[in-house]
Design a protein around this ligand. Sequence first.
Ligand code: LMG
Ligand code: NDP
Ligand code: PMR
Length: 397
Amino acid sequence: MALQAASLVSASFSVAKEGTAMSLRNTTMFGLSMADALKADFSSPSFSCKREFQQKICPLRVQSVATTPGVTKASPEGKKTLRKGSVIITGASSGLGLATAKALAETGKWHVIMACRDFLKAERAAKAAGMAKENYTVIHLDLASLDSVRQFVYNFRQSGRPLDVLVCNAAVYLPTASEPTYTADGFELSVGTNHLGHFLLSRLLLEDLNKSDYPSKRLIIVGSITGNTNTLAGNVPPKANLGDMRGLAGGLNGLNTSAMIDGGSFDGAKAYKDSKVCNMLTMQEFHRRYHEETGITFASLYPGCIATTGLFREHIPLFRLLFPPFQKYITKGFVSEDESGKRLAQVVSDPSLTKSGVYWSWNKASASFENQLSQEASDADKARKVWEISEKLVGLA
Ligand code: LMG
Ligand code: NDP
Ligand code: PMR
């Protein structure tokens, strides 16, 4: 019972306030911020029992709470209209994720679940972006902790909302780190967050997507040009390369095995690019395994070079100063946060972008096209291997 109460408390704290700009008074619990309170919850020694409890009990409870609103409803004039879509976006507290959340919320046709590690930052960002409170909910998610991923799934299910689209957007980039750092589960932080956290999240939520009665259900994973060695940008060293994946198979823990997927010495920029290759391979493996059976659209994209986002926060100041003009005036690959948000919003909701197994990009006129992935990022054997190793690492196999 105590365990049940504990999980219900954290669930209600993180999901109950739909889109409310919660006052500081509301968002602190015994002097801790919401995020701290939730973190404290995860580190409690009882958590492993709680997780087991949730896995067993949660589906039953969810059935009794979750009522998927019918896909259509009658309007006052008697016309049938599509219900609001329900989309989860990870890392919606800044950059591309926030811009996409804003673009979708503004249409009035979407309810955005902002899955963020910093609850207050997300609330403030949504407010500053002018998002109306009925169009979003913030739920805590720290992708650098598998317990947090499971807790998020539980909390989301408790909210009773359907899941129509999942966008795996969050990422970290650590180009100046000289030593690896690690997730709560001991995986190198970039691959652990960008790939393994999302891998577990999307595997768990596949079931929820599958239950949705929305006309177009989608799972979108943000990729990048820098992971694709068939481009100039992908050839700037260090280049992505998963090698034979001995480091990944060893758990990326830097102790008895390398922190890098290919088993080499640590390089933060390479780890990021490798993580993006994993993202793009995962999307294709999902497509091969589940598209026919479920009708879900699996897609990836390169939204353009959004040189002004928080992604470059760890880079040296000179880089942060020169990178935007370099992209704007020299490579011409620059895209504003607003524009990138519109692009990803298109992949979420445009009725013409329903093709599955596709990597979208945009041309100079900002029209979408189906792009070619590099040889490594489209290697079906590697995709299967990444999938199989990853499911062991996150405890699914
Ligand atoms: C690694 O460096 C880092 O070590 C690692 O930490 C991580 O960041 C990783 O991929 C990410 O990169 C890679 C290294 C390889 O790149 C550099 O060190 C170059 C840094 C350049 C930063 C780019 C932005 C700054 C551009 C300055 C231009 C300012 C002008 C803008 C103003 C416009 C106003 C109108 O680098 C290479 O391998 C270089 C490859 C060479 C390719 C040659 C193509 C040239 C075409 C473009 C020329 C642009 C000029 C760049 C000059 C950079 C000099 C600092
Ligand atoms: P930002 O840093 O602005 O956004 C990244 C988001 O991820 C932030 O909201 C951040 O949260 C969140 N995040 C980081 N770690 C975690 C975690 N452990 N748990 C939950 N959320 C986390 O970068 P971008 O908007 O540029 O990046 C978004 C996506 O776009 C990434 O997948 C990136 O690889 C991709 N991309 C970006 C390009 C660019 O040029 N910027 C180009 C191509 C692809 P917080 O706000 O709390 O820090
Ligand atoms: Mg890169 C030719 C076009 C082009 C494009 C579209 C990008 C995108 N970049 C291009 C070219 C170059 N870049 C060239 C010629 C250089 C050498 C001067 C260069 C350098 C460079 C650096 C040092 N570029 C970078 C970095 C980073 O640290 C960024 C990175 O690799 O992060 C992993 C980056 C990027 N360039 C891009 C994009 C989109 C990035 C951000 C990476 C991402 O989000 O995946």
